[in-house]
Design a protein around this ligand. Structure first.
Ligand SMILES: [Zn+2]
Length: 208
């Protein structure tokens, strides 16, 4: 377990300190919203603290509007240990991924439009087309549809996270992760770009 092959290939060294975890989550949450990778109150971000607790975005906030005071700390049982807001309803996906990937220190769940459209088809494993995707991430895994926020979805995500560095959730969105929020965000952008290029290449069907 632990996806040795996956993280041997997958992750360039990015490091985050405990001091900047809150500001990193806020920075990448705002960026995610500004770039249209999640709309309305969708999507969530988390980072693993040294004490084993998880800093996570709150439920019910647009990601462009959160600040450090709205973040929540939960333990591995899903209980809130710090914060005035409620944690994201997708907290179990985050907890379960950390439980099977000791190399992962940050997780982002988003609904970027191209990857979300791609997720409407039946799930299977895909080889990437783009070289950067092959180099940094490898194959991307599909997770069959389960209702958002459920333990059933978190269980399926956990199993696929052992093998893949990025996941597409059927009829829903994506989950990416890494050694830092920066790396998780890079993986989000690379995955969305890969799917966007797959869609756009269909515009160029030249006939000789
Ligand atoms: Zn979602």
């Amino acid at each position: 377990m632990g996806g040795e092959a996956a993280h041997a290939r997958g992750f360039a060294p990015h490091y985050q300190t405990m001091e900047n975890l809150k500001s990193e989550i806020v920075k990448f949450a705002h960026l995610m919203y500004q770039k249209g990778y999640s709309i309305a109150t969708d999507g969530n971000l988390s980072a693993l603290r040294d004490d084993g607790n998880i800093l996570i975005t709150p439920a019910g906030f647009r990601k462009g509007e959160i600040n450090e005071n709205t973040l929540v700390v939960i333990n591995q049982k899903g209980e809130k240990v710090e914060g005035t807001e409620e944690p994201s309803s997708e907290k179990w996906m985050h907890i379960y991924i950390y439980s099977v990937r000791p190399d992962v220190k940050a997780i982002i769940h988003a609904h970027p439009p191209y990857a979300t459209a791609f997720s409407l088809q039946m799930p299977r494993e895909y080889e990437p087309i783009l070289p950067e995707m092959k180099m940094f991430i490898g194959k991307f895994g599909f997770v069959a549809y389960k209702e958002a926020g459920t333990l059933e979805l978190a269980e399926l995500v956990k199993e696929k996270a052992k093998k893949y560095n990025v996941l597409i959730l059927q009829k829903h969105g994506i989950v990416t992760y890494g050694k830092s929020l920066s790396e998780a965000f890079n993986n989000l952008e690379r995955l969305e770009f890969e799917i966007k290029i797959r869609a756009l290449k269909n515009l160029f069907k030249f006939q000789l």
